[in-house]
Design a protein around this ligand. Structure first.
Ligand code: SAH
Length: 211
């Protein structure tokens, strides 16, 4: 399998709509095939989500590029990711920010992601198993938060973990179809931008969906 050629084709395809060069550059460096199960590796550079077990998926590259760009990272941020899954999105964030704190509710996925990310040599990623409160409240507010599972509404617990001026990117809608929101936290009224429709697995927990 010629991953190099397949990857180059994918990046070119994404470039038709994604104008953020930095995001495309990072995606062209990270091996997505490391993060997908062996039986679907041959599809690693198709622009589609792929199953990673436990009814979860590694997101579609186009959506990943769109969501990453919407965080507007400059390089010195502390970023929170909810839904580590395969760890692929985590790696992208780790290339673009200072520190990534990522939270996953399924221990087996968290362990597999840790292995993949350690194997690639990342040193600026903390992986945690989710607790009662959505996210990872730590006393310090996050500059950016990405949620890679769909929520029924914007969880107030996550807004509370976002710094003023920080961006939250989150799919919000029904269990099966959502709108992707980019929310910028403001002192009074947050700015909400709709980036289009998407389909994510459900965000499970207090303030989101039941299992
Ligand atoms: N970014 C991942 C997407 C994985 S799918 C990737 O591209 O591989 C979404 C993940 O969110 C699943 O692994 C699921 O177990 C996890 N998840 C769902 N609800 C969660 C919660 N409340 N806290 C943390 N992780 C959650």
């Amino acid at each position: 399998m010629d991953f190099k050629a397949a990857k180059a084709r994918l990046i070119e395809h994404l470039g038709a709509e994604i104008k953020d060069k930095q995001v495309l550059d990072v995606m062209s460096r990270i091996p997505r095939e490391y993060f997908v199960p062996p039986q679907s590796r041959y599809l690693a550079y198709e622009d589609m989500p792929l199953p990673i077990g436990f009814e979860q998926t590694i997101s579609q590259p186009f959506i990943i590029a769109l969501m990453t760009g919407a965080l507007q990272l400059q390089g010195d941020e502390r970023v929170l990711e909810i839904g580590t899954g395969s760890g692929y999105q985590t790696a992208i964030l780790a290339e673009l920010a200072r520190l990534v704190i990522t939270v996953e509710r399924l221990p087996a996925l968290a362990e597999a992601a840790k292995k993949a990310l350690d194997g690639l040599g990342y040193r600026n990623i903390e992986i945690h198993l989710s607790e009662e409160t959505l996210g990872w409240p730590s006393g310090v507010l996050y500059d950016a938060i990405m949620v890679t599972a769909g929520a029924p509404e914007v969880p107030p617990d996550l807004i509370a973990q976002l710094a003023l001026g920080g961006r939250l990117v989150i799919p919000v809608g029904s269990r099966y179809l959502q709108e992707l929101y980019q929310i910028t936290r403001r002192e009074k009224k947050n700015i909400v931008k709709d980036l289009g429709s998407c389909r994510f697995v459900p965000l499970i927990g207090r303030g989101a969906w039941e299992e």
